[in-house]
Ligand binder design. Structure first.
Ligand SMILES: Cc1cc2nc3c(=O)[nH]c(=O)nc-3n(C[C@H](O)[C@H](O)[C@H](O)COP(=O)(O)OP(=O)(O)OC[C@H]3O[C@@H](n4cnc5c(N)ncnc54)[C@H](O)[C@@H]3O)c2cc1C
Length: 405
């Protein structure tokens, strides 16, 4: 099989890049190893910069039709007081809210829009297993579906296959680990009338909760010291349930078990190199983000926009002068993506590491609690909270769609 671009991974990065290339008329094949997009708590935060991108793509009405909740700030709850921290209300531009949208609905919107273009093809249950290398360049990939092997040759092969990327491993790329002091347990709890209406961090001593209002349920993130899940399980279910209700007494934990809990092993890393001739890595595969600020999806999409802006023109021209097979996209062009996206990635990770080290690590070690964190938070002036809102909501270098449809 031959195409112009083959993308491994139908997450936010791969799906968005697929759509951008499809609407520019570029022959694109998107591979997704799963049969569907339905995986709970893959990350549901759609930040103002992503909503801006949807606006630029003309998809705002379709997006707004997906049932979702919107928030104007992330807060801190001390048990006595709610303090808005990252405030989106002062953002420049039209979009000043963060939306919580099930990721499968978001991915469905992007991929079904891409699928309307005849030059786009999505292959579900198809796993990229290796790249085709010739004369120092990547010339496509090998994929497996239902036990059958396929070779897909392309001028550009994109690894958007997430933080455990198979493709980056096959070309020998190793991420640099930045580290995180915590892991996160995700679970749902029932939400009733009269409960608060916000998204907030509730620090305790030795643990902390992030509580996200999803309408009829709470999406909860319970922070534990890195590698500490077995220890928590050893202390028993009653200890776990009580430590949650000690922080937020209105919650009903009576039915939760460890089977209902999904462990997110937090990884913060980034690749020193994002490309080879004919090969590009984007999204979590290039840089796994800490869950602080819920920015992983956002950064993945921003990479896709920047990549689309970079390669669309040259690929449209190459397709127009079609030779028997297109030459690999030169490394000198692809190197520009990392140059553009390194700063926003590294700056966001640096901010996350500050929060991890100055707040989360101290809370988990029992050296800080809601009282001391709340006192420090109250001293942060409003303009700084707005800047924090900007760093989270828009990112450090917001990208805009430049390719046409
Ligand atoms: C439990 C959890 C909770 C999270 N919560 C949040 C949150 O609230 N907000 C937020 O912004 N981020 C969150 N994240 C992170 C966020 O999900 C990622 O940053 C974001 O999805 C990255 O997008 P991506 O497209 O780069 O990679 P992914 O979303 O990981 O997508 C990669 C895709 O590639 C597919 N794939 C993998 N290998 C192959 C292969 N060999 N061949 C073909 N397909 C392949 C995978 O099935 C997947 O669909 C969370 C992550 C986890 C694990």
């Amino acid at each position: 099989m031959e195409t112009t671009v083959v993308i491994a991974g139908g997450g936010p990065a791969g799906a968005m890049l697929g759509l951008l290339l499809a609407r520019a008329g570029i022959e694109t094949v998107l591979l997704e190893k799963h049969a569907d997009f339905f995986r709970d708590f893959r990350g549901d935060t759609i930040h103002p910069s992503t909503i801006q991108v949807l606006d630029e793509l003309g998809l705002l009405d379709e997006f707004n039709a997906i049932p979702h909740r919107e928030f104007e700030y992330f807060g801190l709850y001390t048990g006595e007081e709610f303090i808005p921290m990252a405030d989106f209300r002062g953002l420049p531009g039209r979009h000043r809210k963060l939306a919580m949208v099930p990721q499968w609905d978001f991915l469905k919107l992007i991929t079904t829009t891409a699928d309307k273009y005849p030059n786009f093809q999505i292959m579900m249950e198809t796993k990229a297993v290796g790249v085709i290398r010739e004369n120092g360049a990547v010339r496509g990939l090998r994929a497996e579906s239902h036990g059958r092997q396929t070779e897909i040759r392309a001028a550009l092969t994109v690894a958007a296959d997430g933080r455990q990327s198979d493709l980056r491993r096959t070309v020998g790329f190793e991420p640099t680990d930045i580290g995180a002091p915590m892991d996160v347990l995700w679970f749902r709890l029932p939400r009733h009338d009269g409960h608060p209406d916000d998204v907030f961090l509730r620090p305790g001593r030795g643990t902390a909760l992030v509580s996200i209002n999803r309408g009829d349920y709470w999406q909860m993130a319970y922070l534990i010291p890195k590698g500490g899940f077995d220890d928590l399980k050893a202390r028993g279910l009653d200890h776990f349930r009580t430590s949650v209700t000690n922080l937020l007494p209105y919650l009903d934990t009576s039915t939760i078990t460890f089977d209902d809990v999904q462990l997110l092993t937090v990884i913060v890393d980034r690749l020193p190199q994002w490309h080879l001739p004919g090969f590009l890595v984007i999204g979590d595969a290039a840089h796994a983000m800490s869950p602080i600020g819920g920015v992983g999806i956002n950064l993945a999409i921003q990479d896709a926009i920047a990549a689309g802006n970079l390669v669309t023109g040259p690929l449209v021209r190459a397709q127009a002068n079609r030779r028997p097979f297109l030459a690999p996209v030169p490394g000198s062009l692809l190197a520009k993506l990392r140059r553009r996206r390194w700063y926003p990635t590294a700056a966001t990770q640096a901010l996350q590491v500050q929060v991890q080290n100055r707040i989360i690590a101290k809370v988990l070690a029992g050296d800080a609690d809601a009282g001391s964190i709340g006192a420090a938070a109250r001293r942060i002036p409003m303009p700084v909270r707005r800047l924090l809102g900007r760093a989270i909501g828009l990112g450090f270098r917001p990208e805009h769609v430049r390719s046409s449809h």
